[in-house]
Write a protein that binds this ligand. Sequence first.
Ligand SMILES: *[C@@H]1O[C@H](CO)[C@@H](O)[C@H](O)[C@H]1NC(C)=O
Ligand SMILES: *[C@@H]1O[C@H](CO)[C@@H](O)[C@H](O)[C@H]1NC(C)=O
Ligand SMILES: *[C@@H]1O[C@H](CO)[C@@H](O)[C@H](O)[C@H]1NC(C)=O
Length: 206
Amino acid sequence: MKFCPLISLFLSLILPSWSSEPTPTPTPTPWPSQFHSTLMLNTSVGTLQINELWYDWPNGRNLNIIYKQLGEILYDVEWNNGTSYYYTLDGQCTTVHFPVGIPRPDFLDGANYLGQHHKDGFLCNLWEKAGFIWYYEDVLTKRPVAWDFYSGMTTQVMTFEVGKVLNDSSWQAPVYCFEDAKLKQDHPLLESITFWLNDKCLASGV
Ligand SMILES: *[C@@H]1O[C@H](CO)[C@@H](O)[C@H](O)[C@H]1NC(C)=O
Ligand SMILES: *[C@@H]1O[C@H](CO)[C@@H](O)[C@H](O)[C@H]1NC(C)=O
Ligand SMILES: *[C@@H]1O[C@H](CO)[C@@H](O)[C@H](O)[C@H]1NC(C)=O
């Protein structure tokens, strides 16, 4: 429908709210380029873990320190050149090469908006991407609150410290990663590896 300018002006004066643009669909806030987060995870098989996540996009690296309930501590250092080191402090290590690097800050671009939902006591915007991830973001602060994977693994964001950076020495994989160390095949680390692998594929459109 077309209006002459005067009628349009008139309508815009008498219908200030109705004639204004519809509210744009919310989009996920990109991840800050550097942050530290404490995450609470329930894996798809119901086991629990705490992850200390250090995301450092400008330096092309990402670290997960994984605390399994009453279990050992696992380190997962990922570099943007595609190399990831998974190791324990008791001398096990495995190296994995991914076709793409760590998740981009805007890895949720193009996600489908699913409206507002209450999650863990927060009013959140919810998006879904590729049938793979469901991502809850606090409406007020725009901080991530939780994300769930198709596998059944759930992640709750307990702290979110924007700009916090881990010092350089903490990123160095131990010397046995460059020797013959091997991670046991039945290691409960596969869940996190799968997360990032899938995410990497998503991010690169594979
Ligand atoms: C973890 O997930 C399982 C199955 O999805 C559920 O039965 C269990 O209650 C959850 N544990 C906690 C502590 O939420
Ligand atoms: C990627 O970078 C890490 C850290 O600098 C290094 O250890 C690794 O060898 C590199 N991988 C490749 C394939 O260049
Ligand atoms: C980096 O952090 C580690 C562990 O917190 C600490 O032992 C080390 O002294 C720090 N190094 C520098 C250069 O700040």
